[in-house]
Design a protein around this ligand. Sequence first.
Ligand SMILES: *[C@@H]1O[C@H](CO)[C@@H](O)[C@H](O)[C@H]1NC(C)=O
Ligand SMILES: *[C@@H]1O[C@H](CO)[C@@H](O)[C@H](O)[C@H]1NC(C)=O
Length: 298
Amino acid sequence: MVSSMFSTSFAAVISVLATAANAASLVAVPDFGSNPTGLEMNIYVPDTPAANPAVILALHGCLGNGPGYAQMTRYNELADQHGFITIFPSSKNDSNCWDVASASSLARDGQGDTTGLANMIAYTIQTHNADPAKIFVTGSSSGGMMTNVLSAMYPDIFSAASAYSGVAAGCLAGSPGSSPFSADPACADGQIIKSADQWVQQAKAMSPAGYDGAYPRFQTWHGTADSLVTYPNLGEQIKQWSGIHGVCFQRNNTDTPLSGYTQMTYGDGTAFVAYSAEGVGHVVPAQEDVDLKWFGLT
Ligand SMILES: *[C@@H]1O[C@H](CO)[C@@H](O)[C@H](O)[C@H]1NC(C)=O
Ligand SMILES: *[C@@H]1O[C@H](CO)[C@@H](O)[C@H](O)[C@H]1NC(C)=O
């Protein structure tokens, strides 16, 4: 009797401790609005969200999924500390790559992956009272490519972005797919080289017609030894986003934020920066603390 009472209360204590340490979790949202390409939405709402929480949309690479990317990164641990919400969606098609190639996904509200992702944001603003002025996007590899596309297409939704190991918005336009197995390899191989004006025009053609508002503050990361999505793609993103923001190269800060990384500052450093990671391949590991600072969340 005594021992069974003891074990019952002991179990209760253990379960309270476990709850306190790990109460919030990533949960699937089956119905978030129009979802033409069958994406999966997963959301993480911390136990004590901020009053009007910020939202970070975090996009996995090919062959990945949202829950896996949540495990690989520290955004949810930081959500617990700072009260923002994260969305870790999963792509279900084309080797789980995000569609950054088809005409429907590269058109605003064109019924491609981009439409489903934009609707996840709208759902989160409405359902969780999120702050429409604090919506951010990040992602790696295919997710970094989609970060470029969403920033060009929905500048009225996203305030800031951090792209890892991606390509400029529109680089894969017209390719038969977006995965290493389905895509025209020219983009990933660094053979799609355009002028800054051409990249800016291509990005602005994805924006709302007549849009003359701000574009997301943009930072982008790339490894010099990336053999899958090659290093010239950093230079093309630099042309596109420094062009969109109308800022020129100012200086290099070496060994920033890590040894061997070079931070390239454009203008006053508030609208666009690029990070070159010396000797790093595909993929540059997420620098969550730098992202949060860039988003203005810390
Ligand atoms: C899936 O990807 C292929 C390209 O590999 C594309 O042709 C097809 O339209 C995609 N389907 C959806 C639902 O996005
Ligand atoms: C800045 O750093 C980049 C990346 O290492 C390098 O390619 C570029 O030449 C540097 N620019 C200057 C002016 O040092």
